[in-house]
Design a protein around this ligand. Structure first.
Ligand code: NDP
Length: 505
């Protein structure tokens, strides 16, 4: 069924003519150049051509943004606003994101190479849903009265942290921003956020819409620029109370250093993954399972922290599953992300494409066999396209089964027993997501309990929805969760007020 929201390629091309990209920093309610006046080039990954010159912020800009956010936090213009009013503003913002979804989706497609069907049809609606969901909670969060002794009253309440920093990746630029901004703002914090340099543009427009919705100046600030400069300045800033990060495990480690070496700000880390998909020998609906497997690994070009990059499949059904997967891949056209039929756009950058193809070489060298894909395609477009790639005969100790590739590369690993399947699944430094397929309820429950992962999907591929928390075990991160009411915990402090009552006279 076609989605009426998705524009035809010709319509998008006409939209591009009218598109006005926001390319400045967004501080204290308005767009402005970086203090140093510098800019960097953002490139369209589908063509390899420059798309925009974006303000290249520096430490001075981070200072200015944090100062604006601190003023907004200290005078209570947001934290002390009637929660119902906070909710109303955030819901207006969500509505504006939805109303401008076609423009925002186009920006995201041009900047990130994500297919327009996804950006307009999913990313922007999901971004709006996330903001709205947390907004709805703003006036429904109650404190507690503790069972303290007679003659005392003890309340336990939650207060905003104050000023929160956020540094986010390029794979879901708008959605990752919303996963941080929704709960941080709904709980009354002010924020300084840095988008990934590859994908700064949608967030700048979304921030502008926040002002239109009535968000007070200084509550949301966006500083664009390089991670090693702007990201580090945010991580080390002495006047930030918390830091939420999504990205690589390597940079996540740095944020712990930044915090330890500055003001011990609270750090929330959502990091990489090497998620297993377990297929047991009793599955019968091979087409359906293959469709889910493909979604888990190839969605968003495999540039997904929860990508199901290891297919751990029972020896008895492996051939049937691979046959069904081969047929399923006919439904995954790679190409121009402006074409609504496209399912896979380009890799985000030449560097990411080279990294993915480098892993393909390593996989071959280590003895795995390429079943399909594995080479750059559509080079004549100037874009960085890699088709769905499947490796068979992978051992779990091979590099391609251990390291996060962050591209459309699936490693197929066989097993014979349930215990072996669980051991293989858990034999990874990561623990973000997982899925398992079986008709046996006993196997489903046992294995789901035994998998070391923040999310276990049974007979489907899913990260859950806004009502469920998302976060990982082991190297996949800690310190909090994105999504759901649990996400409010990390953006708030717990306060106890203990009151001694006078004796009755
Ligand atoms: P990074 O972790 O490097 O980038 C994520 C964010 O951190 C970006 O905003 C980036 O800024 C910023 N950053 C980079 N270096 C620093 C630093 N020294 N201090 C503070 N902030 C910094 O991911 P990459 O974009 O480089 O991707 C590399 C790999 O990371 C991928 O191949 C993939 O394996 C993994 N990754 C995982 C993601 C996930 O969701 N788990 C998301 C993205 C990547 P800038 O963009 O300016 O460099």
């Amino acid at each position: 069924m076609t989605n009426p929201l998705i524009p035809a390629a010709a319509e998008s091309r006409a939209d591009i003519e009218r598109l006005r990209l926001r390319t400045q920093l967004f501080i204290d309610g308005s767009l402005r150049d970086a203090a140093g006046g510098e800019r960097f080039t953002s490139v369209n990954p589908a063509t390899g051509k420059p798309l925009a010159e974006v303000a290249k912020g520096g430490p001075a800009d981070v200072d200015t943004a944090v100062a604006a956010a601190r003023r907004a936090a200290d005078d209570g213009r947001w934290s002390r606003l009637d929660p119902a009013e906070r909710k109303a503003i955030l819901i207006r913002w969500a509505n504006l994101i939805e109303a401008n979804g076609r423009e925002l989706g186009l920006i995201e497609t041009l900047d990130a190479g994500k297919p327009i069907t996804d950006t307009v049809g999913l990313d922007m609606p999901e971004t709006a849903t996330c903001i709205r969901w947390h907004a709805e909670a703003a006036d429904k969060l109650y404190g507690q009265v503790a069972p303290s002794p007679e003659g005392t009253v003890a309340t336990i309440t939650r207060e905003p942290l104050g000023v929160v920093g956020a540094v986010i990746p390029w794979n879901y630029p708008a959605q990752m921003a919303a996963w941080k901004l929704g709960p941080a703002l709904a709980t009354g914090n002010t924020v300084v956020i840095k988008p990934a340099s590859n994908t700064s543009l949608s967030l700048l427009r979304i921030a502008e819409l926040a002002t239109e919705a009535g968000l007070p100046d200084g509550v949301l600030n966006v500083v664009t620029g390089p991670g090693e400069v702007v990201g580090e300045a945010i991580g080390r800033h002495p006047d930030l109370d918390g830091l939420a990060f999504t990205g690589s495990t390597e940079v996540g480690r740095r944020f712990l250093h930044y915090s330890a070496e500055s003001n011990l700000k609270r750090v929330m880390l959502e990091l990489g993954g090497k998620s297993p998909q377990l297929v047991f020998g009793d599955v019968t609906d091979f087409e359906q399972v293959a469709e889910n497997i493909a979604i888990a690994i190839f969605w968003n070009m495999g540039e997904n922290c929860s990508a199901g990059s290891r297919l751990i499949v029972h020896r008895a059904v492996k051939d049937r599953i691979l046959e069904a997967l081969d047929a399923e891949l006919d439904n995954w056209p790679v190409g121009d992300p402006l074409d609504p039929a496209t399912k896979l756009g380009p890799m985000i950058s030449r560097g990411q494409m080279d990294k993915v193809l480098g892993y393909v070489d390593i996989g071959k060298r280590e003895g795995a066999r390429v079943v399909c894909g594995g080479e750059r395609i559509l080079e004549e477009t100037g874009g960085w396209f890699v088709p769905p790639t499947v490796f068979d005969h992978v051992r779990n100790d091979m590099t391609i089964a251990r390291e996060e590739i962050f591209g459309p590369v699936l490693s197929v690993i066989e097993f014979d027993t349930e215990a072996e399947a669980v051991a293989l699944a858990n034999d990874t430094p990561y623990g973000l997501a997982s899925s398992l397929y079986t008709r046996d309820l006993n196997v489903a429950h046992r294995v789901a309990r035994n998998l070391q992962a923040g999310v276990v999907a049974v007979n489907c591929y899913s990260e859950g929805d806004m009502t469920t928390p998302f976060g990982g075990y082991k190297l996949s991160g800690f310190g909090g969760h994105d999504k759901s009411i649990h996400a409010h915990d990390q953006y708030t402090e717990t306060k106890t007020i203990w009151i001694q009552l006078d004796q009755a006279k």
